[in-house]
Design a protein around this ligand. Structure first.
Ligand code: ACO
Length: 400
């Protein structure tokens, strides 16, 4: 690898790299991916081991601090997060009522994080380690609450207060699906399945939303501003928004009655720019290891929850046809993490528009870890890509 910043200064040499296909913007110790072999590791630990044996908060600690926590460290981390779950009452009561019930929960989530920052303006100095630690805890504690209230608002139900006797994931499920505080029993199958999905999403090195968090962070903006921007970046259908787009696509194929083969032909002919959502990845040119785990989970979880969803059968049929087709083979397009997650979220009872919000909660620890790493790296500079100007040469303003 070449550090081109000195070279650029000395020679005026500039690389043009649409989509940053071959440009590293940083070094990082957090996540390793080998896209050809389908390998993903957080801080050296294989993703399948973490998804099987770990918890969301343990992995969050690992990503942020670099090592697995001791039992005491994890208990203290968990405890701090439980004690920061409440939103300011003004935010809880007035922010959400000001928005239409039709608001997309991703827009509510990113606005909610921006709004949250206004309560902590005197405690969000990016150069103050105590502020940084405290705001990591606040964001981990409060993002799921904002997310659940966005859901409740969309279905017209009352907001519950967080129940801090419950684990992180169980509390989140209760905030989403509890109607009265005392009557909700968490289903352990659903809880473990959601925890596993969240772990799979916790980091993915320099993807578009993480790069956004780092770019905004590089300007000296605080964690709230950086994470809010990351949520916006995640919302796009080519990134986190793909999990919602997959379910919409499957439902449309089902409704049209046109069949899977006809849809695949449409994709191959690039009719109306249609893509097979949940397929393809910038880095993985082999099966996305997260998708392998999610596909397995989809069968198990639907069976355990007693749900039969024809959309899962449709997704499998679509995958089989695509993987045997030369168009997909030549381009090395495989299912990515988003292909099967939606079917599981749907079986749990989440509306389609909440799917990318679940991704955001999953990804938050990774964003926080990258923001922290950026600030600890003495080589960090403000992110500022170059351009090659292709516009008009100098010309005179008429009459000037
Ligand atoms: N369906 C059909 N064709 C596809 C797909 C797809 N899902 N993905 C890529 N292709 C085709 C492209 O049209 C292109 O074909 P061409 O050479 O004939 O022009 C070729 O494969 C290469 O694709 P690129 O767009 O150059 O690949 P890139 O790395 O830029 O894009 C991306 C990766 C955005 C993920 C793309 O595969 C895509 O749009 N997939 C669908 C959306 C999706 O599932 N996104 C989630 C990604 S994972 C995540 O963010 C969590």
């Amino acid at each position: 690898s070449i550090d081109v910043s000195t070279l650029t200064r000395q020679t005026g040499f500039t690389t043009l790299d649409y989509g940053f296909v071959n440009t590293a913007a940083t070094k990082s110790d957090i996540t390793y991916i080998d896209g050809d072999k389908g390998i993903l590791r957080y801080r050296g630990y294989p993703i399948d081991h973490l998804a099987t044996h770990s918890s969301y908060l343990e992995v969050a600690w690992l990503l942020i601090y670099g090592e697995l926590p001791t039992a005491d460290q994890l208990a203290e981390f968990d405890d701090k997060i439980r004690h920061h779950t409440l939103l300011h009452e003004d935010l809880k009561d007035r922010f959400f009522t000001a928005l239409p019930h039709t608001a997309h929960p991703m827009a509510v989530l990113s606005s909610g994080v921006s709004a949250l920052s206004t309560y902590y303006e005197n405690e969000s100095d990016p150069n103050n380690p105590e502020h940084v630690e405290l705001n990591m805890i606040r964001l981990l504690a409060k993002l799921p609450v904002i997310a659940a209230y966005a859901h409740k608002k969309s279905v017209g139900q009352a907001f519950l207060y967080p129940d801090n006797s419950l684990s992180f994931v169980d509390n989140f499920l209760k905030l989403n699906f509890g109607v009265r505080s005392e009557d909700y029993q968490v289903d352990p199958v659903m809880s473990r399945a959601l925890e596993r999905l969240l772990i799979l999403h916790e980091d993915h090195e320099q993807n578009a939303s993480t790069s956004t968090v780092r770019l905004v962070g590089s300007t000296g903006a605080d964690q709230f501003a950086s994470i809010s921007a990351g949520i916006h970046a995640l919302s796009g259908p080519l990134h986190g928004g793909a999990n919602e787009a997959v379910l919409t696509m499957l439902a449309q194929i089902q409704e049209s009655g046109g069949g899977v083969k006809r849809f695949v032909e449409k994709v191959k002919n690039k009719e109306d720019g249609v893509k097979l959502m949940g397929f393809g990845h910038r880095v993985y040119k082999n099966y996305d290891p997260r998708a392998t785990i999610v596909k397995q989970s989809a069968d198990e979880v639907l069976e355990q929850l007693g749900v039969h969803d024809p959309l899962l059968d449709l997704a499998k049929e679509l995958e089989t046809i695509a993987l045997e087709d030369d168009y997909f083979k030549e381009r090395r397009l495989y299912p990515n993490v988003d292909f099967y997650t939606g079917v599981i979220y749907k079986a749990m009872g989440f509306p389609t528009r909440m799917f990318t919000v679940l991704f955001a909660i999953g990804r938050l620890p990774g964003w926080l870890a990258h923001w922290r790493e950026l600030h600890q790296d003495p080589k960090t500079k403000i992110g500022r890509p170059q351009q090659l100007y292709t516009g008009s040469p100098e010309r005179s303003y008429p009459g000037a």
